[in-house]
Design a protein around this ligand. Structure first.
Ligand code: ATP
Ligand code: MG
Length: 744
């Protein structure tokens, strides 16, 4: 008999419903519950429960999360609950886990040992090359569409041979392109993101012994954010769980936001059909948000049809009303947010407690500018990510070639970078030779330089000698030394250094700053490799390959400069599963959110609404909705209507914060406030007059905090609140009713 474990640390921090789910018997389990009700917490505690109460070996646990960040946090939490490192838990994203499997079983999966991951940008470039090589018109065969065709078929588990054209010539052409693309990937030894999943699925489906081995091993399969699994992911889960297994899935149909990328919310119902013995648990208490935020989110999502239906309540504080700010334009919107952030920070909050969420990446720029002007550190998740910057991808391409010479995408990227006199025509010729002979560009170049003399052949040979030499010289070095060596010896550092030196004053400081930033990024790559070397737990891979995979798989989440406390900026899609004290949901305008593309299709519109629900339910204490009355889109001024989602929130819990300042529209409210602090009294949209004497910029005295200046006034009547910057005590929000402010 094993000693009885102390299960208190696992069960005590849970409510009754959560406890029931965590301590469920070993049967299939579906936890269906709304935002912030503790689904992720339940999943984490379930892992600890399996280890402690069911005596499961950490080795037998496979947990799938939505992001690598979430995986890291989950690992940390389990460790905390158990009071010791749990050991070899497999926790990761679907892509991360699939990748790990394929590395271990590359041979069975029919891949070269050093296969590389093609990110979606590189994938599109490859598709484009195939379209061109087949003399097809790119305006008729758009690379993006072909890419979408390929990926969505892979997501459904379909290879070209499984597809029928049904006498449709367009479709027939698409299928042919898919086939050509597959051949090109095979030649180059690369796999794209969708391929990782499909290949991992086929690996088990077609390898009964391997599958039996893993079923034996991963007796406990858990998955978070189950509503956003696609067909192939779910099929893969069912394979590993097996007909007699007990998968543990948690999800929320109201937060399904990846339908456009193949996610199938129907999997929630399918799960119950596939596992008729499944136990269903519902969690109804929300622990994250104030009552006002929850009421707003519930009111909004109530406008969707066909929901599975859940109740969600909170015991928490009522909280402040949802703040609605109508900005004059996107700059004013950003300045408003920046001012609020400054206030919160002055009030003792961390910048990291604030999230600015938006529908599309391009919206981040205005906020970045306002934050820079306000000297507010911030961090953008997504957007131009570190590992996606050109100079980083160039460097990685060299490294990829070192580990796999047949990686065509990498070869093309750097064969003439820095310039070596290898022109587009030469490369075009190589492509053709490679295609005809069914070999990689590297091999085609070898054949060419062996057979011919002349300048071009010499240049090609020179490049190959360089790569071979770098491979020899870096063998046995630590990862960061390898990278440092490659950067110097490849000429990349010199290349960017020269660019910097050539920057003439005429080109302005922008260019100069850019090449300097590129050099800094290269230096950062070396430090990233160094810390990767010490952090990495993926011991099964050689360090360089582990690092390359990390770069490809984690690029979406990489933080620009981790460590510093910064405002968190990200798209709504990236915000899933996270929580913040203060949330600004920005750009709440028709056309932007809901997005133009989605407005005429009811299903797409409902997905937008779910996305809005996800955004609102990230907020713990304060939720702001902001929109601009005028917005510049592609250089044109537009005058969008406020988003319908604003109106779908129960209006009695919304407070408008925009003071209606009586000035010409050309002057933004922000400038007004700066330049004429004592100017016009504010009029509120509500009927009641503003609190007397509380103009923006007015000086006031408080019994305890002393003298200060009014920065902001919100609401009216007994609920009015003012924000005052006190000379001694910093900025504070005060209730007019109780503050007894004395106008000076
Ligand atoms: P989402 O749908 O957004 O992914 P979720 O259902 O996964 O949310 P969690 O992130 O697990 O919810 O929990 C939301 C917040 O509530 C977290 O801060 C969590 O620590 C807290 N929480 C969950 N359950 C409890 C509880 N029983 N007691 C106190 N706090 C809790
Ligand atoms: Mg969660």
């Amino acid at each position: 008999m094993r000693p009885l474990m102390n299960l208190d640390p696992i069960l005590n921090p849970l409510n009754e419903a959560q406890r029931a789910a965590v301590s469920a018997p070993l049967v299939p389990v579906l936890v269906l519950a709304g935002a912030g009700s503790g689904k992720t917490r339940v999943l984490t505690h379930r892992i600890a429960w399996l280890i402690q109460a069911e005596h499961a070996s950490p080795y037998s646990i496979l947990a799938v999360t939505f992001t690598n960040k979430a995986a890291g946090e989950m690992r940390g939490r389990v460790e905390q609950i158990l009071g010791a490192p749990p050991g070899v838990l497999w926790i990761g994203t679907f892509h991360g886990i699939a990748h790990r499997l394929l590395r271990l079983h590359w041979r069975e999966a029919g891949l070269p040992q050093g296969f590389q991951i093609l990110d979606s940008d590189d994938q599109q470039r490859l598709v484009k090359r195939i379209i061109r090589a087949n003399d097809l018109d790119e305006s008729r065969w758009e690379p993006r569409e072909v890419q979408w065709f390929i990926n969505s078929n892979k997501d459904e588990g379909r290879r070209p041979k499984d597809l029928k054209s049904g006498n449709d010539p367009t479709r027939a052409q698409m299928i042919r392109l898919y086939g050509l693309y597959e051949e090109a990937c095979a030649r180059a030894g690369v796999v794209d993101f969708a391929e990782l999943l499909l290949r991992a699925y086929e690996l088990w489906r077609d390898g009964p012994e391997l599958l039996a081995h893993y079923r034996q091993r991963f007796r406990h399969v858990l998955v978070d954010e189950f509503q956003d699994t696609n067909s192939i992911q779910y099929a893969w889960l069912r394979l590993i769980a097996g007909p007699d297994g007990h998968p543990f899935a948690v999800g929320d149909d109201d937060q399904s936001i990846y339908r456009w990328r193949g996610a199938r919310v129907e999997n929630l119902q399918q799960f119950r059909r596939d596992y008729p013995t499944a136990k269903l648990y519902r969690l109804e208490q929300n622990y994250r948000s104030t009552a006002a935020i929850l009421a707003a989110a519930n009111g909004l999502i109530g406008h969707n049809s066909g929901r599975l239906g859940k109740t969600l309540w909170t015991n928490g504080e009522p909280g402040l009303p949802i703040q609605l700010y109508a900005a004059f334009n996107e700059r004013d919107e950003a300045e408003f947010v920046a001012r609020r952030v400054a206030d919160y920070v002055a009030g003792g909050n961390r910048r990291g407690d604030v999230a600015v969420l938006y529908r599309s990446n391009a919206q981040s720029r205005a906020f970045e500018e306002a934050f820079i002007a306000g000297r507010i550190p911030y961090r953008v998740y997504g957007g131009l990510r570190f590992f996606e910057r050109a100079e980083i991808k160039d460097s990685l391409a060299y490294l990829r070639l070192l580990s796999n010479r047949d990686d065509d995408a990498a070869y093309e990227r750097v064969v003439n970078l820095p310039t070596r006199g290898i022109g587009e025509r030469t490369i075009e010729g190589l492509r053709e030779e490679a295609r005809n002979a069914g070999i990689s560009l590297w091999k085609a170049a070898t054949a060419r330089s062996d057979a011919q003399g002349g300048r071009t052949a010499n240049a090609l040979r020179g490049f190959q000698d360089l790569i071979d030499r770098l491979a020899r010289e870096t063998a046995g070095l630590a990862l960061h030394e390898q990278i440092d060596h490659v950067l110097k010896e490849s000429g990349l550092i010199e290349h960017h250094g020269r660019e910097k030196a050539q920057d003439s004053p005429r080109e302005g400081r922008g260019e100069m700053a850019r090449s300097e930033a590129r050099l800094e990024n290269l230096a950062e790559l070396v430090s990233a490799a160094r810390s990767f070397g010490t952090e990495s737990t993926d011991l099964e891979l050689p360090p360089l390959e582990a690092f390359l995979a990390h770069a490809a798989l984690e690029s979406g989440e990489r933080q620009s400069d981790a460590g510093e406390d910064g405002v968190q900026m990200m798209t709504l899609h990236m915000a899933k599963g996270l929580e913040f004290r203060f949330v600004f949901l920005c750009g709440m305008e028709e056309g932007l959110f809901p997005h133009n593309r989605c407005m005429s299709d009811l299903e797409a519109l409902e997905e937008e609404r779910r996305l809005c629900y996800v955004g609102m339910t990230r907020a713990m204490k304060h939720l702001y909705l902001t929109y601009a009355e005028q917005r510049r889109v592609h250089g044109m001024d537009t005058h969008p209507a406020p988003s319908r989602f604003i109106k779908e929130v129960p209006q009695d819990i919304v407070a408008e914060v925009r003071p209606r300042v009586q000035v010409a529209r050309a002057v933004t409210a922000a400038r007004m406030r700066r330049e004429q602090p004592a100017a016009p009294a504010i009029r509120f949209r509500s009927e009641e007059p503003p609190p007397p004497g509380m103009r923006l910029g007015a000086r006031v005295r408080h019994g305890k905090f002393g003298e200060g200046v009014v920065l902001n006034v919100e609401g009216s009547g007994p609920h009015a609140r003012v924000q005052v910057s006190f000379e001694q005590q910093g900025t504070k929000w005060l209730m007019m009713q109780y503050a007894n402010l004395e106008p000076l």
